[in-house]
Design a protein around this ligand. Structure first.
Ligand code: AMP
Length: 278
């Protein structure tokens, strides 16, 4: 496994064998089984796999959250070597954003609701860094998690709108045994909050159960999620949403194309998100 820092070295590794197919898994590191499921899928579907580890400053709206972001590069590299990754790009911030940098990508409607309401500028940072990763790696396929559903939709929109020559592959959310979606942030939860955070997924499942019993009123489905959280000491709920699964417009009634049920809530000073398709 090659660990590279510069853009030139990524390109040399990428184009050593021009006939190869490359799967790219963009990450911010502190890897868990959710990330690794993307890596394994990329490993199955491509001759070569590249992973980037970069805590992207432009997608954090406050520096406190950026500074608190956990890292463990030694452990990450060991996991990636075990998974037979070919290239890991670990760029310094100034490699990605050199002095004078001033070009950003703004994906419009789909980034406005949900995470876009709570985290101003977040998706502008995500789209910009992912576009750069695509240009540097030029992967055949790029792998993202359904856990960050709005991010996945944003990247799919950008790829289509700007004609990036690659396929976007969205992978199922990997969960802890109690249903909590794996996240690098989970380690920051206090023990009690960690136990109670399982209510996020329980609420989504309750909404899904109502839906499969024929319920189509979006507000009733939202209420399932809120009811589950009301049994906890949740610090704050940013949103509970039942939205069109492509445009993310809030629904009154769930129609033929189903819905994305999603939630963002704070347990202590940790913000967690999760979602389920119905
Ligand atoms: P991050 O390091 O948080 O930026 O995540 C890197 C990639 O891993 C993103 O595409 C995430 O959606 C994906 N991911 C994070 N957590 C999970 C999970 N629990 N299951 C599946 N994919 C995940």
């Amino acid at each position: 496994m090659k660990i590279v820092k510069t853009i030139a070295d990524v390109r040399i590794a990428r184009w050593r064998d021009a006939d190869s197919t490359w799967g790219l898994v963009p990450t911010m590191g502190f890897l868990h089984d959710g990330h690794m499921s993307l890596v394994h899928r990329a490993r199955q579907e491509n001759t070569h796999v590249g992973v980037s580890i970069f805590v992207n400053p432009t997608q954090f709206e406050n520096t406190g959250d950026l500074d608190a972001y956990p890292t463990d590069l030694t452990r990450d590299l060991a996991l990636l070597a075990d998974a037979q990754v070919d290239v890991v790009w670990v760029p310094a911030p100034e490699v990605v954003y050199p002095a004078g940098f001033q070009t950003y990508i703004d994906v419009e409607e789909v980034t406005r609701p949900l995470e876009g309401q709570s985290r101003a500028g977040h998706f502008r940072g995500v789209a910009t860094v992912v576009a750069k990763l695509f240009n540097v790696f030029q992967p055949t396929r790029a792998y993202f998690g359904q856990k960050d559903a709005q991010q996945a939709l944003t990247i799919q929109r950008m790829v289509e709108d700007l004609n990036f020559n690659l396929s976007v592959v969205i992978c199922e959310t990997v969960r802890e045994t109690d249903g909590l979606a794996m996240s690098s942030r989970n380690v920051r939860l206090r023990l009690r909050d960690r136990e109670q955070a399982a209510a996020l997924y329980a609420g989504l499942r309750a909404a899904q159960a109502q839906y499969s019993h024929g319920e189509r009123r979006a507000e009733v489905l939202r209420e399932c999620v809120r009811a589950s959280l009301s049994c906890t000491d949740v610090t704050e709920i940013d949103y509970v949403s039942v939205a069109d699964p492509v445009t993310l417009t809030e629904l009154d009634q769930v129609g033929a194309s189903g819905a994305l049920v999603s939630v963002a809530a704070w347990f202590g000073d940790v913000r967690l998100i999760d979602n389920l398709r119905v």
